[in-house]
Design a protein around this ligand. Structure first.
Ligand code: BES
Ligand code: ZN
Ligand code: ZN
Length: 487
């Protein structure tokens, strides 16, 4: 855990003072004499002109000062540099068991302060559920010197704490094994969130799904003894913008074996993360509710295990989706789009105006954009812009992909209205499949997080495992929608 103490002045207890973050453009108030400032200036010049080491510690006027260099990472935005820098600084202090660190942030913009707090918080995460000896993270206190901006900084800190708790929730759920978190387990987690945040919740089990014709979930889920669930959460704030209702749908395959079209064994275990979309969805509605954002949100988690079993769906099987269209299952490993069809229909039935779905949907997207950039699709350019901007504010990169209709025919089959695989443009074809389940009057965007949800090496400020991708951008998007219209 990271401890933040926000005050107008320094207590004098800190063993380490952080005066600047390297890049000249984001330097903060030099609380130094003229002589020392010249020295600092010289160091900054040096840092500007070359790639510097990780952290540079210098002694000036008997004060131990630290300069944090974030310039090493190529391609990060200035805000993300700050997050990285703060993260490194926190790791540095944890490792050396420094109890108290001063940070002079009074000259930073609100956005910059938020980035620093996020970076510090990321350093406090570790996933210990399965460790016999949990890793002890030294609790460093960060004393934030805010001068006359104490109230503002405290508000930012509270916001970051709520967002980070949600991100941590998503990451913990994603990192949990498939057997320990089947669909019913995820539904239970959703119930906990609903209780915590005062959300209305509806959970449908296998019997209800069959009865109501949510056949995507039934078809994918029937091969496992861990039966599917459909969870719908409603956030209805007293004060909400009129005419805006955000729907979020998350893919929640609690484990993806591929079904009878079995996946190769190498790396199959990573499919514990095939419920990342639903984890992010749950985490986001939690934060939106706790932050009391003025926008209606309906979140839908489509939960199933894609397993091999006596009752498993066979290639060639045809089912009728919730919206009446018939689908032939050509490949049982293209299961995400089948359950999402139910999620999209469910969200649409709530008359949402804006609809986001998040899914670890295709290996094709992962190969196209890798772990650093999330590819997304949208049927509305204004929404696409809002996604990119919300991503920027969250230090999550989004890149728009085309909903190219030319590939639409590849989903045709003589026996049914459509099949579940098509052209070699795998990510685009998957998006075109989903589009069939979104009413045209809804502004819709599909985020394929297959490459960005889970990493098998440390990346930026996230360790091996779940990144929590999407949570912050969803919160930011809800903020944007809450602000952009009449209340
Ligand atoms: N869950 C996978 C996609 C995936 C792959 C996520 C790698 C994360 C990392 C999805 O269900 C899947 O298997 N998709 C197939 C679709 C294909 C059969 C058309 C794929 O991408 O190979
Ligand atoms: Zn699959
Ligand atoms: Zn999958």
């Amino acid at each position: 855990m990271m401890k933040l103490k926000i005050d107008s002045a320094a207590s004098g207890k800190a063993a380490l003072e952080v005066l600047f973050f390297v890049k000249k453009s984001v330097q903060f108030s030099p609380v130094l004499s003229g002589k020392a400032s010249a020295e600092v200036e010289r160091i900054l010049e040096k840092i500007e002109s070359e790639v510097y080491g990780d952290l540079e510690i210098v002694e000036i006027e008997n004060r131990k000062l630290i300069f944090v260099n974030a310039a090493k990472e190529r391609g990060l935005s200035p805000l993300d540099h700050l997050r990285m820098a703060a993260y490194r600084l926190a790791k540095y202090a944890q490792k050396r068991q420094i109890e108290c660190v001063n940070l002079f942030l009074a000259d930073a913009s609100a956005e910059q302060v938020k980035s620093v707090f996020h970076g510090l918080a990321y350093a406090g995460y570790s996933f210990d559920r399965y460790k016999s000896k949990p890793k002890k993270i030294f609790a460093v206190t960060f004393e934030i010197v805010a001068m006359e901006r104490v109230k503002e900084f405290k508000k930012i800190a509270a916001e970051v704490e709520t967002e980070q708790a949600s991100i941590t929730l998503a990451r913990n759920l994603i990192n949990t094994s498939g057997s320990d978190l089947p669909p019913a387990g995820m539904a239970l987690e959703a119930e906990k969130v609903a209780k915590e945040c005062g959300l209305k919740i509806k959970i449908r089990d296998m019997k209800a799904l069959v009865k109501e014709g949510f056949n995507g979930l039934v078809t994918v889920g029937k091969g496992s003894k861990n039966e599917p669930r459909l969870v719908t959460l409603e956030y209805r704030p007293v004060k909400a913008v009129k005419g805006v209702h955000l729907g979020i749908v998350g893919k929640g395959i609690t484990f993806d074996t591929g079904g009878l079209c079995l996946k190769p064994q190498n790396g199959m275990w990573e499919m514990i993360s095939d419920m990342s979309g639903s984890a992010a969805t749950l985490a986001a509605i939690r934060a939106v509710a706790l932050l009391k954002l003025p926008v209606q949100v309906t979140a839908v988690l489509v939960l199933a295990e894609n397993a091999i079993g006596a009752g498993a769906v066979l290639p060639g099987d045809i089912f009728k989706a919730k919206n009446g269209k018939t689908v032939m299952v050509d490949n049982t490993d293209a299961e995400g789009r089948l359950i999402l069809s139910d999620g999209l229909s469910e969200a649409a039935s709530y008359k949402v105006t804006h609809l986001i779905d998040l899914a670890t949907l295709t290996g094709a997207m992962s190969r196209a954009l890798g772990y650093a950039v999330t590819g997304f699709f949208a049927n509305d350019e204004k929404l696409a812009e809002a996604v990119i901007e919300s991503g920027k504010a969250s230090c999550e990169k989004f890149w728009q992909m085309p909903l190219e209709e030319e590939y639409g025919d590849s989903l045709k089959t003589p026996f049914a209205d459509m099949k579940n695989i098509g052209s070699e443009a795998g990510a685009v074809t998957a998006a075109l499949f989903l589009k069939e389940f979104v009413p045209e009057n809804i502004k819709w965007s599909h985020w394929d997080i297959a490459g960005t949800a889970f990493v098998t090496k440390e990346w930026k400020y996230t360790a091996f495992g779940a990144t929590g991708i999407g949570v912050q951008t969803l919160i930011e998007l809800a903020r944007h929608l809450g602000n952009s219209h009449d209340k």
